[in-house]
Design a protein around this ligand. Structure first.
Ligand code: SF4
Length: 101
């Protein structure tokens, strides 16, 4: 296993969160994860999930609230401050699911 991979969107005029800060926080927390999993941190809710459909799991930022998604499929809307904790909850869930397969 090679561990997790982090993808962050290149950002653009649509970016509605502090993407570098969130990506840095996610990267730091991913250091504690050994599972090979592709994680996306995207700057907007409109295009983020679709642009990251190749990733196992991801978050997309919005004003005040954002989205958690898997393989481009939106799972739920969460407050902006919960984005990173919710992402890691979902990562734990995926690891559990893989174990039970
Ligand atoms: S995900 Fe949104 S913010 Fe990021 S590059 Fe795509 S359109 Fe721009």
């Amino acid at each position: 296993a090679y561990g997790p991979t982090l993808v962050a969107c290149p950002t653009c005029g649509r970016t509605s969160i502090d993407l570098p800060a969130i990506a840095a926080e996610v990267e730091k927390k991913l250091a504690g994860v050994a599972e090979p999993i592709e994680v996306a941190v995207m700057g907007c809710v409109v295009n983020g999930p679709g642009e990251a459909r190749g990733a196992d799991v991801g978050i997309a930022g919005g004003k005040g609230e954002g989205l958690v998604f898997r393989k481009g499929e939106i799972l739920r809307k969460v407050p902006e401050c919960e984005l990173v904790p919710e992402l890691f909850k979902e990562i734990d869930r995926i690891i559990e699911e893989r174990k039970n397969q």
